[in-house]
Design a binder for this molecule. Structure first.
Ligand SMILES: Nc1ncnc2c1ncn2[C@@H]1O[C@H](COP(=O)(O)OP(=O)(O)O)[C@@H](O)[C@H]1O
Ligand SMILES: [Mg+2]
Length: 379
């Protein structure tokens, strides 16, 4: 998995044990690794997020470099798990989102899957999102189905919040009633992406370590309200978003309106604190609307102490922990979700939840690239 934060590739080995025809398969992660993007690759990916000259050529070259880094992540995670390539059925590889325009009918995740298959000697399942969009869905979030498969509880309604560049929530109703309660989920809005970008512009470095810079500022309520006036927050789910919508241009134009209305000038640290409030407010509000008694956080945002503190203070009385408490370390959850989605593809099973993405029906997600015929014996 490499997400909208453009920080690197997270990989995990997921073991799936089936128990005959009865019951659900048991899933557990047995090794993980993260490979940071080299600065030049991160920069080239970021440049591809907005339309510009010579995109096709640059996209093709980035897709190749991504395949090489994904291959390294695959090797490192197998090493961590103590397993070899012949023990792996396939790689589930998300690729790098450079456009997400579901209402225009497309989303683009760059990755040269043939090169990844060639470099690893494995089959690759990729391009998970387009089939959901073709069926009228948002193509995102796709992780709620996996969260439901691993994180459900008989007694408690649980919310799983993944704080990546964009944050998303999965709401898992308590399963004790026996009736088929619907799993819900949507993108809540920006998670780390605006914090990363504002920090990079003013402080340099890819992210605000522990949220220390945000913690040094004072949030501004009128600016927060102006940010919250963006129509995305009032839209009802199904909804998904990306860096197409929430980026530095969005911050700049919000600030321009704020300054011309209030004549106030805020420090860059105050603005960072307000951006942290924005992520915290929208995440906490989604948890409250879900009536979740237990909230589990995952994704890199869990390491931002300032952000987590702000979420916590908005959810008094709520049992807020990271997914470590329910069996998967926070940086491995999304990678595990795409390993699981790959397994669903190979078994011919649906991967999307239409109630979450808005697709007209369930769809089997992902394309298979298997140039070495690795999957033939499994058919
Ligand atoms: N120690 C830390 N302090 C603050 N933020 C952190 C820290 N470690 C990771 N992050 C945040 O997590 C992000 C990466 O999270 P990740 O789950 O990989 O997101 P994505 O799926 O969008 O790539 C970084 O860009 C950064 O914002
Ligand atoms: Mg990441």
């Amino acid at each position: 998995m490499s997400g909208t934060s453009v920080d690197g590739v997270d990989a995990v080995v997921l073991s799936i044990t089936t128990h005959g025809d009865v019951g659900f398969p048991t899933l557990h992660t047995i090794g993980s690794a993260s490979c940071a993007f080299p600065a030049h690759l991160r920069e080239r990916i970021q440049l591809l997020q907005t339309p510009a000259h010579d995109e096709l050529e640059r996209a093709a070259r980035v897709a190749l470099d991504l395949a090489r880094l994904y291959a390294r992540a695959a090797h490192e995670t197998m090493q961590a798990a103590g397993c070899t390539a012949d023990q792996i059925t396939a790689i589930g590889a998300h690729g790098q989102t450079v456009r997400h325009r579901p209402t225009d009918g497309y989303t683009i995740q760059l990755l040269n899957a043939a090169q990844l298959a060639e470099s690893t000697g494995m089959a690759v399942v990729h391009d998970f999102r387009p089939p959901d969009i073709a069926a009228g869905g948002q193509g995102a979030p796709l992780v709620p189905a996996f969260h439901a498969a691993v994180f459900g509880s008989p007694e408690h309604t649980r919310a799983i919040v993944n704080i990546g560049g964009i944050a998303n929530i999965s709401v898992l109703p308590a399963t004790h009633t026996g009736s088929a309660l619907q799993v819900l989920g949507h993108d809540t809005g920006p998670g780390n992406t605006l914090l990363d970008a504002w920090h990079e512009r003013h402080q340099g470095g890819a992210f605000d370590r522990d949220g220390a810079w945000a913690a040094s500022g004072t949030p501004d309520q009128p600016l927060l309200e102006r940010m919250l006036a963006d129509p995305y927050f009032a839209r009802r789910a199904p909804k998904s978003t990306g860096r197409d919508e929430f980026n530095l241009s969005w911050v700049d134009s919000t600030l321009e309106h704020y300054q011309s209305a209030t004549q106030r000038l805020l420090s860059a640290a105050d603005i960072q604190a307000t951006l942290s409030e924005l992520s915290a407010h929208t995440i906490a509000q989604a948890c409250q609307e879900a009536n979740a008694s237990q909230v589990f956080l995952c994704g890199g945002g869990v390491f931002n102490a300032d952000l987590v503190g702000r979420i916590r203070s908005r959810l008094p009385g709520c049992n807020l922990r990271t997914t470590d408490a329910i069996g998967i370390e926070p940086m491995a959850v999304e990678a595990a979700a795409f390993a699981w989605l790959a397994a669903r593809r190979l078994d011919g099973l649906p991967g999307n939840l239409p109630a979450v993405t808005g697709a007209s029906a369930s769809r089997v997600l992902g394309s298979i690239t298997d140039p070495l015929g690795r999957l033939a014996p499994h058919r």
